[in-house]
Design a protein around this ligand. Structure first.
Ligand SMILES: [Zn+2]
Length: 104
């Protein structure tokens, strides 16, 4: 005994702590613990993406990462150009023409 990895609090692991899902979740948390911050949120983001609807909440519960962090990881994977430095290019880009004030 004396294992260091914390138990996953998700319902499946609570029901069957020695089950297959519990082992997978434990392995996942061990994997994430060895990654840097960026790789961790992107891996979590990918797993959440794979689960589809409700995936972010599930992965947040399993990994203990915040939903915002996982969402950010997803965005970085799906829209890498948009996530870099948080810069978002305006559609159409370029300079806005200076409008003349209408005199009346
Ligand atoms: Zn679990």
């Amino acid at each position: 005994m004396g294992e260091q990895v914390p138990h996953c609090p998700c319902p499946e692991c609570q029901q069957a702590p020695g089950g297959r899902t519990a082992h997978i979740h434990q392995a996942l948390n061990q994997l994430l613990a060895g990654l840097d911050e960026k790789a961790r949120r992107q891996t979590a983001g990918l797993l959440a993406l794979e689960r589809g609807r409700g995936g972010i909440s599930q992965i947040a519960q399993i990994t203990g990462l915040s939903r915002n962090t996982i969402q950010r990881g997803q965005l970085e994977l799906v829209h890498p150009a948009r996530a870099v430095g948080g810069r978002i290019r305006a559609p159409g880009g370029g300079r806005q023409p200076v409008e003349k004030k209408a005199l009346s």
